[in-house]
Design a protein around this ligand. Structure first.
Ligand code: MRU
Length: 352
């Protein structure tokens, strides 16, 4: 990998600015936790696992800022920082999973503020490191599902840029290619934020993975012509019944795949599964500002005064999902059962 999405370096959180890609590769060196929260809110960093990891590192920074306070006061103030991070974006549950991990740890007994701060830092570093390992093992589980030779369509960016490294959906593709499979990625442009064209195409080119960019409305055309052998996407939150929230437009792709008998895979770590949501209707969907719809690359493309809507995610019903690929294996329908089973054997992973 030629880039790092987010890292901790010399007491600072280094964040690759994804809003500037593909034109410019620029890293922010944040030394204030508020700036890290802002980077999630404004989508300088985005993608469900990446925002979980970034929040963890941002909270380690928040603890560092509270180091001179008496321990009980620091622990109390830390809760405010947790709340701030929880208010950045509502849909990706990995964010709340990471916050809950640090919050629970913070409330444990420590001798001194220094010990408390060090424990939170170590936990954040562990979350960062484990995210890469999880993506790699998810890739190993998913690779056998990929065709030996063919075109795989993806929507949005579920790659190294959306995680601490390797990626979920793109991680499966990377692992399959490492196993000598001959894959070619069709990347949906992903209006309105263009994660497909700006980020997926960029990231795959960095790794010399063959990629063809298409606009969102072309997917059906290529499926009908028999040019797509599989679809693989990431997820922002998966309900206990397998209903999956992912980038707006994913649902349409899933319906199209179903109509053309093309397997539709979701690749996500277990931290993306929210067993407290029994089905997709309970997943909060972020509404973003309308400028993203009215404008394209800063240019107004709609008449002034027209109404618009901008939900950032949609929910793909479980019935359209061929399999959910996790770091612990491939889950199949009925998802209520397979998800419950993996949670029972792994213990209470979802600490939200
Ligand atoms: O709004 P974004 O760019 O944060 O949305 C990202 C997605 O929808 C991804 O597909 C999802 O987070 C999975 S990333 C491994």
């Amino acid at each position: 990998m030629t880039f790092e999405t987010v890292t901790w370096k010399n007491g600072k959180v280094m964040v690759l600015d994804q809003k500037l890609l593909p034109g410019k590769t620029f890293y922010h060196a944040f030394d204030k936790s508020e700036d890290v929260a802002m980077s999630i809110e404004t989508m300088i960093v985005r993608g469900a696992p990446a925002i979980g990891v970034t929040a963890a590192l941002g909270l380690a920074l928040a603890a560092h800022e509270l180091k001179s306070h008496p321990l009980d006061e620091a622990q109390l103030l830390f809760l405010k920082a947790c709340e701030r991070f929880a208010n950045t974006r509502p849909t990706a549950v990995n964010l709340f999973w990471a916050i809950a991990k640090l919050k629970n740890l913070s409330q444990k007994y420590f001798e001194t503020t220094v010990d408390w701060c060090e424990a939170l830092y170590q936990e954040a570093i562990r979350i960062h490191r484990e995210d890469i390992e999880i993506c790699k093992s998810l890739g190993q589980h998913g690779a056998p599902l990929m065709p030996e030779n063919g075109n795989v369509l993806t929507h949005c960016n579920a790659g190294a840029l959306a995680t601490a490294g390797h990626g979920t959906a793109l991680g499966v593709i990377r692992s399959a290619i490492a196993q000598q499979k001959k894959l070619h990625v069709f990347a949906d442009e992903t209006r309105p934020f263009l994660q497909g064209s700006r980020l997926t195409a960029w990231e795959l080119l960095q790794d010399n993975i063959p990629v063809t960019l298409i606009t969102d409305n072309m997917a059906g055309h290529f499926m009908a012509k028999g040019e797509i052998q599989a679809v693989i996407v990431g997820a922002d939150r998966i309900a206990a019944n397998g209903d999956t929230a992912n980038k707006i437009g994913t649902y349409s792709v899933a319906v199209l795949a179903n109509a053309h008998d093309i397997p539709f895979y979701v690749a996500a770590p277990l931290s993306t599964i929210d067993i407290q949501c029994s089905n997709g209707t309970q997943i909060p969907i972020e509404e973003r500002k309308l400028d993203e719809v009215f404008e394209f690359a800063g240019q107004q493309i709609a008449p002034k005064g027209v109404h618009a809507k901008n939900p950032a995610f949609d929910v793909t019903p479980a019935k359209f999902i061929t399999a959910i690929i996790t770091e612990k294996g491939v889950l199949k329908a009925p998802y209520e059962d397979s998800i419950r089973q993996v949670f029972n054997s792994e213990g209470a992973i979802n600490v939200r």
